[in-house]
Structure formats: C-alpha cells, structure tokens
Design a protein around this ligand. Structure first.
Ligand code: DX5
Ligand code: ZN
Length: 222
C-alpha cells in the first residue's frame, strides 16, 4: 500500500502544531520528523523534547528519521517522546545491532536508511528485523533538493531482494525531491512510502496534492 509521509522540515517551525493539524486534515498517512545533529549532517533541527510536544497535536504515526552520529544513545528518548517508527542510518557510528535491539526493546518499528553513496546491499543483513528501508534520494541534510534518478536502481534491487527473501511487502521509503514530477518513477521502481517536504508544504492545497501523489503512485504500480 502506498503511503505519504509529509516532512515537517519544510513547515514553519514556529507553528508546528498548526502544520500537524493541516497534515492530519489533508489525508497524510504519517508524519516524517527529521532529526539532525550537526555532525552526521551539516544542519541541526530538533530533538526528543520537541517530538514529545508535537505528540499532542495529531494521532498520526510519527516516522522519525534520525540523521545523527549515535542513534543508539537516543532511541529510548525518542520512543518515550512518541515515535512510532524510528529510522537510523547504516552509516551512523553506533552499532547497527545495538540500535536495532534498542528499538525492539522500546517496542517500536525499525527503519534503516542509506545515503546516496552507500551500496544498498549494506542493509541486506538486517532486512528480517526491519519494518522499512529508507533509500535517500538526496544527500541528507536539507529540504528542497532535486530528486536523484540514479537512486532508482537501488530501489529496484532492494525490492527484488525482498521478494527473494519472502518479504515482498517490506516498506521501502524514499526521501528527497519527491513531487508530482518524480513520485511515479520511485513508485514504479518499488518504493511505497513517500516522504515529501517542500513539494507538499509549497502546495496551495495540501489535501489535493496528497491525493494526487497517491493516485500517481498507484497508477505507476498498476
Ligand atoms: C533531508 C530530509 C528530508 C527532507 C525532504 O535530509 O531527510 O526528509 O525534508 O525534503 P524535500 O521533500 O523538500 O526534498
Ligand atoms: Zn527525512
């Protein structure tokens, strides 16, 4: 099933509660929350205390994308703050097993992300423990960048690997440059969870845009 996870990175950080209400009313399936530490990526966003405050403004699942050096240290904080799915990077400095154990211990769903320069096979050893793999379609750190079409073969290879392993329905998320111009390509390659920040928040009618995204993704897979 195709799902849309709007990224609040492109929202007005002074009015995040309003942004969440808009997403909820517009048919979003989850909320993508980008956490950046200024080390793993050259930008800083927000931490678990903010996630905790945001939890009051929507019942939608929180899809937390950790772009931080040491995810294992912060899993419990984000879980307690209200994250439902926690995605961290295969390139981060914490041990992957240790981080997956922490997510499982917290009773949350795990996602594993790869930057554009990382081979998709890096996630294969962990597939059976994951709810989702995030294939970055831009270099992480900033919204508003262009979709990288050269990531499409990674998505296709991952979808084929999932089928080979008997987990054809594993969520494959794409993040970066997703818009009405690019979503069909990602969907046709095998992605089914679509993050979008600037395209959705830049649209005059978020509900209509989310609906359009879903229809484009569905049609690309039909
Ligand atoms: C980038 C973030 C993305 C970002 C996407 O590091 O992970 O979630 O918000 O923004 P757009 O959709 O504008 O590329
Ligand atoms: Zn993200």
């Amino acid at each position: 099933m195709n799902r849309i996870s709007p990224s609040i990175l492109s929202a007005d950080y002074g009015n995040l509660a309003e942004a969440l209400k808009l997403l909820t009313a517009s048919g979003a399936d989850m909320v993508h929350i980008d956490v950046m530490d200024g080390h793993f990526v050259p930008n800083i966003t927000l931490g678990a205390p903010v996630v905790r405050c945001l939890r009051k403004s929507t019942a939608l699942p929180f899809d937390v994308h950790l772009m931080i050096d040491e995810p294992a240290r912060y899993i419990a904080d984000f879980a307690e703050a209200g994250a439902d799915r926690i995605t961290f990077h295969v390139e981060a400095k914490s041990g992957i097993e240790e981080t997956l154990d922490a997510i499982r211990a917290a009773g949350k769903e795990a996602g594993l992300a790869v930057k554009p320069g990382t081979d998709i096979s890096e996630v294969y050893p962990y597939l059976s423990r994951l709810a989702m793999v995030l294939v970055m379609t831009v270099e992480p750190g900033f919204g508003g960048q262009s979709f990288r079409e050269d990531m499409l073969p990674k998505i296709r290879a991952l979808r084929e690997e999932c089928a080979r392993r008997g987990i054809p329905g594993l969520d494959i998320q794409v993040d970066g440059g997703i818009s009405a111009q690019t979503i069909a390509k990602a969907a046709a390659a095998g992605a089914n969870v679509f993050v979008s920040g600037s395209a959705l928040f830049g649209s005059p009618d978020m509900a209509a845009e989310i609906d359009r995204f879903k229809k484009l993704a569905d049609a690309a897979q039909a």
